[in-house]
Write a protein that binds this ligand. Structure first.
Ligand code: MN
Length: 269
């Protein structure tokens, strides 16, 4: 395993992501995490500690607790162990956007030889996280799964896998991404993570935010708006003036026409 691809894609002078070095869990059990990542598209990065790095898969729809729902998982480059606890803003370049630590815990392979299982394309394991628990499998596909881009850059093997929950006490029809959308680290949502960042990161991030359209762009715009509101809300108590004084009063002296008080206007959202 090497972090060459991870390093090649990133300029560590410009990103607050941890730079890569090999490390392992100190507890003796293996670390796993899922990072919800709003980049050009929202996805969930599923990572398993193995030989000092984090094996990584991008799961566009996130994990499903329903064994009938197989989720596409595109294998991506190994990430440094230290990246597993990262939550924050990636200002520019590869993966620019916001990263939330959506779940973390430990994992246990249900095979004797993880490398052999990876080569074979069938890795069974259990998870013990806050949100994800019980038995799971990652199965490599031919790359013909709908939505897969069919990459074959990792030694001829497809990078396209399926993440599937096995039937056990932890399986169910609950939509875990909807039910538990927030961070296990900060307990916040994307806008809280964005608002919590240092102004320096916030400012450098601003002009370089990913140029995205459609649903993702609209989502990002909403998040930035909410983050801005959170930040200004936090700044407000510092001011000594009462709130109503903050608003510029344009028509001093002119009385507002009383509004006809028939029906309350329904607010459209
Ligand atoms: Mn990602």
């Amino acid at each position: 395993m090497s972090l060459d691809e991870y390093k090649r894609k990133r300029d560590f002078n410009k990103t607050p992501e941890p730079s890569g070095k090999l490390a392992t869990s100190k507890s003796g059990s293996l670390f796993f995490c899922v990072q919800k990542h709003l980049a050009s598209h929202l996805h969930y990065d599923f990572r398993l500690e193995h030989n000092g790095v984090l094996l990584s898969w991008a799961v566009p729809k996130g994990p499903s607790l329903d064994p009938k729902t197989k989720r596409l998982a595109m294998q991506t480059e190994d990430h440094p162990f230290d990246y597993g606890e990262f939550e924050g803003v990636i200002p520019e370049g590869y993966g620019a956007g916001i990263v939330m630590l959506w779940d973390r815990g430990t994992w246990t392979p249900q095979v004797d030889d993880v490398d052999a299982a990876l080569r074979k394309g069938d890795l069974k394991f259990t998870l013990d996280g806050y949100k994800l628990k019980g038995s799971w499998v990652l199965v490599r596909t031919s790359g013909r799964f709908p939505g897969a881009r069919g990459g074959t850059s990792s030694g001829g093997a497809s990078r396209s896998w399926l993440l599937i929950k096995h039937r056990d006490d932890w399986a169910g029809e609950l939509d875990i991404t909807e039910f538990a959308p927030k961070s296990v680290k900060s307990e916040g949502d994307f806008e809280d993570i964005l608002a919590a960042d240092t102004p320096a990161v916030w400012i450098t991030n601003k002009p370089a935010r990913p140029a995205v359209g459609g649903d993702t762009g609209a989502m990002l715009a909403r998040i930035i708006e909410k983050a801005t509101a959170i930040k200004s809300g936090r700044a407000a108590p510092k001011e000594t003036a009462p709130r109503h004084e903050e608003k510029p009063r344009r028509h001093e002296g002119t009385k507002k026409k009383p509004r006809p008080t028939k029906k309350p206007q329904r607010k459209k959202s």
